[in-house]
Design a binder for this molecule. Structure first.
Ligand SMILES: [Zn+2]
Length: 119
């Protein structure tokens, strides 16, 4: 996420604004450029695609206010995706293992007796 965003020239902003009809791609409303602040934003976040995100199709104008909301959501989604992956790959070991689960030092036998897990 430290990947620096290229700062867009006015020319590029104008191009993208016109190309996408001057509509905020987040709320779908026309952007009133004289009264509303807007910026070009990545439809699929750069944190997922890296430089591949910098295409005209993936860069659309959005209200600054709409963008703020989305950025916060993307961060949450990304963190959640990473956590899910960690669980599936076993990178993350739960600090509170399920009682008698795979990561618990004890296991419960079918007959109900508890034994120490042999490593
Ligand atoms: Zn908007």
């Amino acid at each position: 996420m430290t990947d620096p965003r290229p700062s867009l020239s006015d020319k590029k902003r104008r191009e993208l604004f016109l190309m996408h009809g001057g509509v905020c791609h987040l709320c779908g409303m026309k952007i009133d450029g004289t009264r509303q602040r807007w910026e070009v934003e990545h439809v699929i976040p750069r944190s997922m695609l890296g430089k591949l995100a910098d295409t005209d199709d993936n860069m659309k104008p959005a209200h600054v206010d709409c963008h703020k909301v989305k950025t916060a959501e993307d961060k949450g989604n990304l963190a959640r995706a990473v956590r899910r992956q960690d669980r599936h790959t076993g990178v993350h070991r739960s600090k509170t293992p399920m009682p008698f689960g795979r990561n618990s030092p004890f296991k419960k036998r079918m007959d109900g007796s508890v034994v120490r897990r042999s490593k």
